[in-house]
Design a protein around this ligand. Structure first.
Ligand SMILES: [Zn+2]
Length: 199
């Protein structure tokens, strides 16, 4: 494979990039000025070298703790659980939510071999046991996998009697995911969250 074909194949690892787009990217890279390409390649390298999950919530950061966990103005007793980084960013972009997060790293899918050990559930339990948490918001995606994971987490968390377990009232067709929601729906869903009393 020559270098042009190899670069084209390499671009295809990006989500949503098929043959045609990969080809456009490749020709762009050939034509672009040296500085832009050097910057892109430096940042791609730095992202892999310097970014790691926040020790508390799993949000990518260059520091030990992410900017949300180290913000003393936020309410650290309210923890909103999301499946992925994309969901956290979507909720942060919507604004208004002033608690903190916990990124699970996906949802349970036994058939795909995604078992509880593969998610950041152990870290969640350690967090619940070692810090003062009043409320856990289960903001997993409103689809079957998200629901199965929510039930599993509810069962684990219900023994902590001092913690209120809630769920956003997302007015969304079942089967969707959080990162397709508009800001208004997200803010309203979190503001009007409901306590889960059992599944
Ligand atoms: Zn964090």
């Amino acid at each position: 494979m020559n270098i042009i074909d190899e670069l084209k194949e390499a671009f295809k690892i990006l989500p949503g990039v098929g043959n045609r787009t990969a080809q456009r990217f490749t020709f762009y890279a050939i034509k672009a000025d040296k500085e832009s390409i050097e910057r892109l390649s430096r940042l791609l390298n730095e992202v892999k070298e310097k970014i790691h999950p926040c020790k508390i919530c799993g949000n990518p950061t260059t520091e030990e703790l992410c900017s949300i966990c180290s913000d003393s103005d936020r309410d650290h007793s309210t923890v909103l659980i999301v499946e992925n980084i994309e969901d956290l960013y979507q909720i942060e972009t919507a604004g208004k939510y002033r608690g903190v997060y916990h990124i699970l790293g996906g949802h349970l899918a036994p058939l795909e071999n995604i078992t509880p050990e593969k998610l950041r559930i152990k870290e969640l339990i350690e967090r619940v046991e070692s810090s003062k948490i009043d409320e856990v918001i289960l903001a997993l995606n409103p689809n079957t996998a998200g629901e199965v994971t929510s039930i599993y987490l509810y069962d684990l968390l219900k023994k902590y009697k001092n913690i209120k377990i809630t769920k956003p009232s997302i007015g969304l067709p079942y089967g969707s995911t959080i990162h397709y929601l508009d800001n208004y729906t997200i803010i309203q869903g979190i503001n009007e969250r409901k306590e889960i009393k059992g599944y």
